[in-house]
Design a protein around this ligand. Structure first.
Ligand code: ADP
Ligand code: MG
Length: 293
């Protein structure tokens, strides 16, 4: 491979909406056989909306939304933004939060209106002996089977209810996955979200392999595990959480619409945040290196 031909490839990449860090990147792109895709913000739009609030008997749903809205207002997570926006839209000003703690990949906690409030995965609440009633646990499973994300909410040592948020699959994701498969690549969905939600989204876009409920700090280890099976792995992601996995992968691709941390860690940026450009980048590298062999 001559450097000139490789640079032609990277120039064409810019036209296709992919920014390639250096010509040597195309070489690793060509060998990729497995493509790991982050769910939120990569396969899905990452713009969540709140669709439901459910409470245990005796809990005021307005209060639950106010407390969890105030708490999530302190977090940058797409789930948090959806909840804080819905609470603000519901009218009342959001109360102040003290002692805020973000538990990465699991939830948030803080003190609001004198209550020690906890919101996140139900396992986070269960660890502190805050368990959802049988009725709400069933409502949670139903929502998850529909591909929705459920956040359990509790305060003062008791589970009080849940909020449901939904994301939408990007209109181009299924097409991009189909084209990856046609190139002989194996797509894998990777997420911190619940397994039922992940399976539903994977099914919607045509991905057969799902690795769910992975903590942010463990995403890079998952990539290393796939590499240990002899695979050459591309990772596509957008979040701060994804940066170590993007760096660990043989090829990292960041959504241009994503965080700076992801873009810095990646070899290729998909400028328009369109997954189909990832397919274009892989095809481009094969063609470029094919012509100069
Ligand atoms: P993803 O891999 O989809 O980007 P994360 O690893 O960021 O997901 O989060 C995984 C899970 O942790 C979420 O599905 C949610 O249950 C919980 N979680 C993370 N951040 C928050 C938050 N700010 N509020 C409530 N729950 C959260
Ligand atoms: Mg993401």
């Amino acid at each position: 491979a001559t450097p000139t031909a490789l640079l032609v490839g990277t120039g064409r990449g810019a036209q296709l909406g992919v920014l390639i860090k250096g010509p040597e990147v195309l070489e690793s792109t060509r060998k990729v056989d497995t493509v790991v895709l982050d769910k939120t913000g990569t396969v899905t739009a990452g713009k969540m909306t709140l669709t439901e609030v459910a409470v245990e008997p005796g809990t005021d749903p307005g209060k639950l939304l106010r407390l969890v809205g105030a708490l999530e207002d302190a977090s940058e997570h797409p789930i948090a933004r959806a909840i804080a926006e819905a609470a603000a839209r519901a009218g009342c000003p959001l109360p102040a939060v003290t002692e805020f703690v973000n538990v990465p990949g699991r939830g948030v906690q803080g003190v609001v209106e004198g209550h020690a409030v906890l919101a996140g995965r139900d396992s986070l609440l269960a660890e502190r002996a805050q368990r959802l009633s049988v009725e709400l646990a069933a409502a949670k499973r139903r929502a998850e089977q529909e591909g929705k994300t459920v956040i359990a909410v509790g305060w003062d040592g008791q589970a009080r209810g849940l909020v449901v948020v939904t994301d939408t699959v990007k209109p181009t994701s299924a097409d991009a996955v189909a084209r990856l498969k046609r190139l002989g690549l194996t797509p894998v969905l990777l997420t911190g979200d619940n397994d039922a939600v992940a399976r539903r989204i994977a099914h919607e876009v045509g991905i057969d392999q799902v690795i769910a409920e992975v903590l942010p700090q463990d995403k890079a280890d998952v990539i290393a595990g796939i590499q240990a099976q002899g695979k050459v792995v591309a990772m596509i992601g957008d979040g701060v959480n994804d940066a170590p996995a993007l760096a660990r992968a043989d090829l990292g691709l960041a959504m241009g619409t994503g965080t700076d941390a992801a873009i810095e860690a990646a070899d290729i940026t998909l400028v328009r945040g369109d997954l189909r450009s990832a397919v274009d980048a892989i095809r481009l590298s094969r063609r470029t290196l094919g012509t100069i062999k």
